[in-house]
Design a binder for this molecule. Sequence first.
Ligand code: ADP
Ligand code: MG
Length: 421
Amino acid sequence: MSFNELGLDPSLVRAVQARGFREPTPVQSEAIPEILLGHDVWASARTGSGKTAAFLLPVLQTLSQPRSQRERPLRGLVLAPTRELAAQVSEEAAAYGALLPDPVVVRLLVGGGSVDAQRLALRGGADLIVATPGRLIDLLEREVIRLDALEILVLDEADRLLSLGFAAAIERIVQATPASRQTLMFSATFPPAVQALAEQSLQQPVKINIDSGQMPEHDRIEQRAISVGTARRTALLRELLRTHAWSRVLVFVATTRAADQIVAHLTRDGVQAAALHGELSPSARTGALTGFEEGRLQVLVATDLAARGLDIDQLPAVVNYDLPRSPTDYLHRVGRTGRAGHRGVAVTLVTAETASHLRLIEKRHKLSLPREVIPGFEPTEPAPAPPAPTGHRPDPHGGIKGKRKSKKDRLREAAARAAKS
Ligand code: ADP
Ligand code: MG
């Protein structure tokens, strides 16, 4: 299959070839023609398999087609769960959109930025907006934007957007759009809990399923688990940085506080590190990610804010310092490495406390990771408790380490997360 056979405008084909894409990935070959035909698409394909271009190229081409002469109504909307992902997607959209014979005007609307600046940026009109749900609703309420002429709605990381914390916002946004719109949903995972919700917003969707929910192959991402004492994890992280020639490492932690503490520790040791989490100022968030992407920082210590969608060029390693809440989060975290045909390694630190939760994650993904012990970092804690009784599953939205949180706690946390988006 070649990019020439998908029905794309020659300007877009030249653009992807100039980026070094030799042939479309499977999700691109399947989704692009369907989207150009105007169908709703529900696509699931592995992390790093090129889903962004799979929706952006045909969406931009559709939006570039002749429009009515009057004002410039908003015709396309892409929603993403975090500012950082929205920014990446909008950059890519703007780059492709500018190349079309009839260029597509793209604007980014995310939390953190000033509403007035965004209002100003929308003055001349936009064809496509890439947004996080919270800020979009804000601008809808202020009547800065309207969605009544919307032709295409895209949910990137759709299962995240349809899950607790975002679902209500998405429903409001969907209700502000015409029923005649084309709807596209993309993700690497679609847990059963969100499937019914997804169906509600789609009309006779073409379902594309390329290894849905599957972990990346082992030859692309090597997964490791290292047993260690809870208190020795930062020292072990230092040791791993010393013994591996990783140009960059993305370290995932469970809390903003842990992120800050680990960064302080690494910085004291002379490691170039920064934190990325929702309690930081917008400029600190941008500075951390840009510094990491541009190679000025070797280590980025992040919460699950960074688990979804981010495409960091040639990231060789991910470390789970704390375990992710759910098997789904595990898959997305690990999927930050080993992208676009590159190889990567994902190292999970496991303690006596988290051993049973990691076993659940492995079971769900049909993995069996040998437990390594690094000399000098042997776990000295008491042996782990026997495996949890079968049937016990960690709540996908619940606490870390398999502890269950009350529904109220979960709702409160989800609302807080969504408000920060
Ligand atoms: P996903 O959304 O599926 O996780 P992305 O769209 O972020 O993946 O793409 C992952 C990486 O693959 C990006 O760096 C992107 O530039 C690259 N890529 C996308 N399409 C192709 C292609 N056809 N050939 C080679 N690389 C590609
Ligand atoms: Mg993506």
